[in-house]
Design a protein around this ligand. Structure first.
Ligand code: SF4
Length: 367
C-alpha cells in the first residue's frame, strides 16, 4: 500500500454560511435549499458546537482537522465578519483541537488586501468556485466573473503558499462535451492541489428552475452527467491532480422532488462515475477473450471491486448480455494500482489495462 493511501483521512468540520457574501445569485444556485439553513451567519458559539460535534463523532486518528467555511462567498463578506469568523476558528487552532482553516470563495474576491487580512490566521486551503473556464458559459450562468479572474486568483493564492482547490461544474447552460473537456484542461493548467466536480442540477427557487420550466434550459441526463464527469476525472488524475469529490453530498434535502427539480442527481454519483470508467475499460479489454472463450475474470485493486460490479451489479449484467460472453467474475488484487484492470480467461491468458498513467503511481484518492 502506498504512503498516500495509508495516510489518515482529514476531518472537515463544516460551518455553513449560506449565500453570505454573494454579490448576487448565480443562475444554478440556491444555497438555502442545499444547506436547509437560513441566511443567518454562525457565531463563535456555533463554530464551537460544530467542532465539538464533529470531533466527538470522528475517529481520533483523523488528520488534519480543518474548520471549513462553505456554502457562500467567504471573502465577499465584510472584512469585520471575515475577521471575526476566522478568529472564532483560530481559537480552536490555538487550543490544538483543529489544525487549520479552509474556505470556499469566488475568484473575484481574491486581491492583495483580502489576502493580507487572512494572512494573520491559519488558513491553509482555499477553494475557488471556478465552475467553468468558458466566458460564454460563465455569462449564461450569471457568474459575474471570467476565466481570467480564476487564473489570476489561483496564481495569487499559489504565490502566497495556499493549497488551491478548484470547484467546477458540468452541464452549465451553454456547455457541450467539448466545452466541459476544455474547461477541464484549463483547470488542470492552473495546477490546483485538488478539484471537485459537481453536476449541474436544477434547484427549486433558482434562476435555472425558471428557465427549465420555460423550456430554456435542458439539464443533462444522469448518463451524460456521469460520462462528462468520468472523462474529467481521468483527465485530472492523469495530470496528478486528486479529484476529492464528484457529485453533490447526498441528503434528504437534495432528494429529487425536494430541493431538486431536475438534472443528473444521484446519491451515489461518485460511484456511478467510477463504475462507468471501469465498465468502459472492461469492454475495451475483454474483446479478444470474448472471441476465445467468453469466460471473463476481471481484477482490480480491492477498493475498486465495487466499481467493477457497478451499481446493483449493473456492469456485470451488461457484460453478461453481450454476444459471446458466457460468464463474468470479478475479484480484488492488492498488487494493482487504483486505475488498473486485468481480465483473464480459463486458459490463463491475461490482458492488462491502465486508465490513468499517473505521474505519481498510487497518488490517487482511490475514492
Ligand atoms: S454559487 Fe457561490 S457565489 Fe454563486 S450564489 Fe451560490 S454561493 Fe453565492
Amino acid at each position: 500500500m502506498s504512503a498516500d493511501r495509508s495516510r489518515a483521512k482529514p476531518l472537515i468540520v463544516p460551518v455553513f454560511i449560506p449565500h453570505a457574501g454573494c454579490p448576487h445569485r448565480c443562475a444554478f444556485c440556491d444555497q438555502t435549499a442545499i444547506t436547509h439553513a437560513g441566511p443567518v451567519l454562525p457565531d463563535a458559539a456555533a463554530v464551537a458546537r460544530q467542532v465539538r460535534t464533529f470531533r466527538s463523532l470522528a475517529r481520533p486518528d483523523r488528520h488534519p482537522v480543518q474548520i471549513a467555511f462553505y456554502g457562500g462567498n467567504f471573502l465577499g463578506l465584510p472584512e469585520e465578519t471575515v475577521r471575526s469568523l476566522l478568529a472564532a476558528a483560530q481559537d480552536h487552532v490555538q487550543r490544538g483541537a483543529v489544525h487549520s482553516i479552509r474556505f470556499s470563495t469566488r475568484p473575484d474576491t481574491i486581491d492583495e488586501r483580502r489576502l493580507d487580512l487572512i494572512s494573520a490566521f491559519s488558513a491553509a486551503d482555499v477553494e475557488l468556485g471556478a465552475q467553468s473556464m468558458d466566458d460564454r458559459v460563465l455569462a449564461l450562468s450569471n457568474r459575474g466573473h471570467t476565466a481570467e479572474t480564476t487564473r489570476r486568483a489561483a496564481a495569487m493564492l499559489k504565490a502566497r503558499g495556499y493549497n488551491v482547490g478548484i470547484q467546477m461544474m458540468v452541464g452549465l447552460p451553454g456547455e457541450d462535451p467539448e466545452g466541459a473537456a476544455a474547461t477541464g484542461r484549463a483547470v488542470a493548467d492552473l495546477r490546483p492541489d485538488f478539484v471537485r466536480i459537481y453536476p449541474t442540477v436544477v434547484l427549486r427557487g433558482s434562476v435555472l428552475a425558471r428557465r427549465f420550466r420555460e423550456g430554456r434550459y435542458p439539464p443533462l441526463s444522469l448518463a451524460d452527467g456521469v460520462e462528462r464527469t468520468a472523462a474529467l476525472r481521468l483527465l485530472f488524475e492523469g495530470r496528478g491532480i486528486p479529484v476529492i469529490r464528484t457529485g453533490l453530498q447526498a441528503s434528504a434535502d437534495l432528494a429529487p422532488g425536494a430541493a431538486i427539480v431536475a438534472g443528473p442527481y444521484h446519491p451515489a454519483f461518485g460511484h456511478l462515475v467510477l463504475s462507468k470508467i471501469f465498465f468502459d475499460m472492461m469492454v475495451d479489454a475483454s474483446g479478444e477473450l470474448i472471441a476465445a472463450s467468453g469466460e471473463l475474470f476481471f481484477k482490480a485493486h480491492p477498493r475498486r471491486v465495487n466499481a467493477l460490479r457497478g451499481m446493483g451489479n449493473g456492469n456485470l449484467r451488461a457484460l453478461e448480455s453481450r454476444p459471446g460472453v458466457r460468464s463474468v467474475r470479478v475479484g480484488g488484487d492488492p498488487a494493482l494500482e487504483p486505475w488498473d484492470l486485468t481480465v483473464s480467461d480459463r486458459t490463463g491468458r491475461t490482458i492488462f489495462r491502465r486508465a490513468v498513467e499517473s505521474p505519481e503511481p498510487g497518488s490517487s484518492t482511490c475514492g
